[in-house]
Design a protein around this ligand. Structure first.
Ligand code: DAH
Length: 335
């Protein structure tokens, strides 16, 4: 018997077109590669063939077998994944999605960023400074006298670690960001302009306007020709940017040991019909330059320090400082 392999191959391709499910696939398999299928039949004809014919028919049968098996295997994988998909509970694309709320920076962080950004645009560089300080940096170098009440443990948190640079002295949690001025001046030579944001600590009883920890931003600019009018211009520009261009402000003479002359800045608060103090400032006291080894004949400096909570409370009408630390999302989500 002779086999028309080309014709059989065409039949296989043609028949395969009707293989659409497990059942038709099985009929196809039986028809061609089953035990009694066409290809087995070809192999069964072997004994009656001459050895030349055997070689030719064997080759043809093997080819048909591999074509049919390949088709069956591929379709079988496809049908299985189709079944798996249709067994799945259906997907309702009209259901509303699960939306995950996106967090945002805390209002104090936002305020710190906003204030620092204003000063950055005015040429200042942001500097970091440690929260644990020496008495020298927090008081002595800032011209705060040895018997000043702010050095008392009622006004400053002392840490139970000895100060390695000054035996017999304890380290402390900085009560102001001003010691950052000392660190910057010990490290760099003028001219420079820095802002130093960070936490400060004071053993105050907590109430609506006091906290044992709050945030300050320190500013320091040192150069050869700096005048009080530069300080006024700088802080006026800052207040207009932060509170709005119609803000009324005033410089009121004050005293700080580390600046001379010194002033406090008040802004007029329409809602309360009164002036509210927002920051302290002044021209760097030459004694501070002495403490860091700068030439007081050559250099002049301007400095300022502001309370972040106070600025945020004024800007957003927040009346209790404790709200910042309670992390009540109903409060935090407003900003
Ligand atoms: N360190 C002061 C305080 O905590 C604030 C301050 C006032 C900082 C005047 C300054 C300054 O740099 O010049 O009350």
């Amino acid at each position: 018997m002779s086999w028309d392999f080309k014709k059989i191959q065409e039949d296989i391709q043609e028949d395969f077109k009707s293989v659409v499910d497990e059942k038709t696939l099985e009929s196809f398999r039986i028809k061609y590669v089953g035990k009694k299928g066409l290809i087995s039949e070809i192999y069964a004809s072997f004994p009656s063939l001459s050895s030349d014919e055997k070689a030719m028919v064997g080759k043809g049968a093997n080819e048909l077998k591999s074509i049919a098996t390949k088709l069956i295997d591929e379709r079988s994988v496809l049908l299985q994944s189709k079944t798996a998909l249709s067994n799945r509970t259906s997907l309702d694309v009209t259901l509303p999605g699960v939306s995950r709320p996106i967090g945002h920076a805390h209002i104090l962080t936002q305020t710190i960023h906003e204030i620092c950004e204003i000063f950055e645009k005015l040429g200042f560089v942001i500097h970091d400074s440690p929260e644990i300080e020496t008495e020298f940096n927090n008081f002595t170098a800032l011209n705060i006298p040895v018997d000043h009440p702010s050095r008392d443990s009622f006004d400053t948190f002392y840490v139970d670690w000895p100060d390695q640079t000054n035996k017999g002295r304890k380290l402390l949690l900085r009560s102001q960001t001003s010691p950052g001025q000392i660190r910057v001046m010990q490290k760099y030579n003028p001219p420079f302009a820095v802002v130093i944001p960070g936490k400060v600590y004071r053993p105050d009883a907590v109430d609506a306007s006091h906290s044992f920890m709050f945030h300050q931003i320190e500013g320091l600019l040192v150069d050869e020709a700096v005048r009080f009018s530069d300080l006024k211009g700088l802080l006026s520009a800052f207040c207009q940017k932060f509170f709005g261009s119609d803000i009324r402000m005033r410089f009121r003479p004050h005293f700080f040991p580390f600046t001379e002359p010194s002033a406090e800045v008040d802004v007029f608060w329409k809602a309360k019909d009164s002036w509210l103090e927002i920051l302290g400032c002044g021209m760097v006291n030459p004694k501070v330059f002495d403490a860091v080894g700068y030439s007081k004949n050559k250099y002049r400096g301007l400095a300022f320090g502001l309370g972040v909570e106070r600025m945020a409370m004024l800007k957003y009408g927040i009346n209790d400082i404790r709200l910042f630390y309670e992390n009540d999302v109903r409060f935090l989500n407003q900003f």
